[in-house]
Ligand binder design. Structure first.
Ligand code: 5RP
Length: 266
């Protein structure tokens, strides 16, 4: 691996081989998502606990100070919205030149395997990988499901992740599912877990993150289940303990409760 690529990968994946990415990119197709209406307010308290931010250029410029940030994974796919016909019909929205100008450590793009736009999204990934490799910028592929959340099973996710890795993604972001080992084992690139819509309890989040880590994920890219929680700092600290200190779900819950009960720890 070239020095630049290796250095950027090291900014993202920590010395223990694990990573906690904080995605705040949801507005690129959802608009002002709940609790992300004012991105700066959401991001600032969580920033010290994130290994990287997954973010669009617009929110990066408007809501993150350049002298106080974490490594950036720039969301570079989009062009669709919740109001439109098909979320899968994405293109590349941001050039590699812009990613370099913004000092991104990586770029991220969604792929939509099985959709009407499967081919376009996979060719977009391939093109982005070609450009990223030229400049030493890793590409993170996001195995997106659009509105079809029920697609999140091991068979589908294993196929999507494997295809993303075959096309050259340096990191693959997917969802947790039952039999997650089938997803992680079949993917030669490091796999990280997204959360999807907020689940019912904090413990559920700790359990799926822990299970995914035990079964081969190297970390998380967890958004709504952190910043839509009533106590986001408590949540990110608890998840950080699972990712970087091998904490059990019960230990994570204890961390959550103790941080939650500290004054000013919203
Ligand atoms: C949105 C994304 C998000 O980065 C991803 O879904 C992770 O966030 P969450 O944990 O909220 O699902 O790709 O387009």
């Amino acid at each position: 691996m070239e020095w630049g690529m290796a250095n950027r990968m090291a900014q993202l994946i920590q010395l223990d081989g694990h990573a906690l990415f904080l995605p705040v990119d949801h507005g690129y197709f959802q608009g002002p998502t709940r609790k992300l209406e004012e991105p700066r307010k959401t991001i600032e308290p969580l920033l010290p606990y994130a290994d990287a931010l997954f973010i669009t250029r617009g929110v990066l410029r408007s809501s993150v100070d350049p002298d106080n940030t974490r490594p950036v994974i720039l969301r570079v796919s989009g062009g669709t919205s919740m109001a439109g016909k098909d979320l899968a019909n994405e293109g590349i929205t941001t050039s590699m030149e812009e990613a370099i100008r913004l000092n991104a450590s990586a770029v991220g793009i969604s792929i939509f395997v099985g959709s009407d736009y499967e081919k376009e999204s996979l060719l977009n990934l391939s093109k982005l990988v070609d450009e990223g490799e030229r400049y030493g910028i890793p590409v993170m592929a996001v195995t997106a499901v659009g509105r079809e959340l029920e697609k999140r099973d091991a068979r589908y996710l294993a196929m999507s992740c494997r295809i993303a890795a075959e096309l050259g993604a340096r990191v693959v972001k997917t969802y947790w599912c039952q039999e997650f080992e089938k997803v992680a084992t079949g993917c030669p690139a490091p796999v990280i877990i997204a959360g999807g819509p907020q689940v019912n309890t904090e413990l559920e989040v700790f359990e799926f993150v822990h299970d995914g880590m035990q079964k081969g994920a190297i970390g998380v890219n967890l958004g709504r289940n952190i910043w839509q929680d009533d106590f986001p700092v408590a949540m990110i600290k608890a998840i950080r303990a699972i990712v970087h200190q091998n904490a059990t779900p019960k230990e994570a819950q204890e961390i959550y409760e103790s941080v939650k009960n500290t004054p000013d720890r919203k």
